[in-house]
Design a protein around this ligand. Structure first.
Ligand code: NDP
Length: 297
């Protein structure tokens, strides 16, 4: 059997098209243009690429994009002052502070300063608490994207055995919560898990969010299972030339594809969905702040 390759790029484009339609409708019906503010501190090249890409996608969806670039030397108080200004700005419905932040700034303190209603990353503890209690949270973008792809691939997830490998606050834990809300039987694995191959071998759904290249052996995965690979790892690619690299996931893709049911590739799987879900969250935030019913995207 050859696995279905879940095309995250195409899925994300479809989602972005639907978001753009809803944004146009919000403008026409309610004179509301969702706005996303992205704050970047310092010169980290990867962060600069992400921020540029987020700004471009926001504008392409017909939304307003606000970029705040602050120097590496920015103090925590100065950054929180910027966040508070954005909290008070009615044109800004979503605020994203690009992580990681320079060492002198406490990330938790900055996230806590964001108005939870504008926390489109879903990292504020109010949103974690709302998610954990099954209420109207802003859901972190990466796990939200994973869930949308799983539901599109499998339909009803209820009763399925799901294993999430990784327990970070931004991916593993919210992913497990979302799967639980879909009535999966959820197991969360981490670096102290005993016999990871056996746990993974029982799963109908495997979500890998570890950050270790091709760590999950394809042979461990049950035939027919659905695999979502969140990992983004750069490894040497001598076949492309001296010093060249390529991106791989946390799952050994080649060994998995001959027997799993469906799998996301890296790149082109979860990554594109993360930005699409950021746009979706910004629309959700704008509607909630304006007291308008959220569009069904
Ligand atoms: P973290 O480093 O915060 O968490 C990694 C998790 O993996 C930890 O819970 C850790 O366990 C667990 N782990 C480490 N080693 C093992 C092991 N040998 N066996 C089982 N579990 C293990 O990473 P993130 O959650 O932030 O990110 C995970 C990956 O996803 C990274 O590659 C990251 O780049 C990628 N990512 C991709 C995104 C996208 O848009 N596609 C967005 C966000 C992340 P423990 O808690 O015990 O240490």
């Amino acid at each position: 059997m050859s696995a279905k390759i879940i095309d995250g790029k195409a899925f994300a484009q479809d989602l972005r098209d639907k978001i753009a339609q809803q944004v146009a409708k919000l403008k026409a019906d309610h004179n509301l243009t969702p706005g996303l503010a992205v704050v970047l501190v310092g010169e980290d090249p990867a962060s600069q690429v992400y921020v540029r890409s987020k700004g471009k996608s926001t504008l392409e969806a017909g939304m307003q994009s606000f970029e705040h670039k602050l120097p590496e030397s920015t103090t925590q108080d100065d950054l929180i002052a910027v966040v508070e200004k954005l909290n008070a700005d009615p044109a800004v419905h979503g605020i994203l502070v690009q992580l990681p932040l320079p060492a002198q700034i406490d990330e938790a303190a900055v996230i806590a300063a964001i108005n939870p209603a504008k926390d489109v990353d879903g990292f504020h503890i109010i949103n974690s608490g709302l998610l954990a209690t099954g209420q109207n949270a802003m859901v972190p973008c990466t796990p939200l994207g994973c869930l949308l792809m799983l539901k599109d691939t499998l339909g009803d997830l209820s009763g399925l055995d799901a294993v999430v490998v990784g327990r970070s606050n931004i991916v593993g834990k919210p992913m497990a919560q979302l799967l639980l809300d879909e009535s999966c039987t959820v197991t969360i694995c981490h670096s102290r898990t005993k016999d990871l191959p056996a746990v993974i071998g029982r799963a109908d759904i495997v979500v890998a969010a570890v950050g270790r290249p091709q760590m999950i052996n394809g042979e461990w995965i049950k035939p027919g299972a659905t695999v979502i690979d969140v990992g983004i790892n750069r490894i040497p690619a001598p076949e492309k030339g001296d010093g060249k690299t390529r991106l791989v996931g946390d799952v050994d893709f080649d060994a998995a594809t001959d027997h799993v049911g469906a799998i996301t590739p890296v790149p082109g799987g979860v990554g594109p969905m993360t930005i699409a879900c950021l746009l979706k969250n910004t629309v959700t935030a704008a509607c909630r702040q304006a007291g308008i019913d959220e569009p069904d995207i």
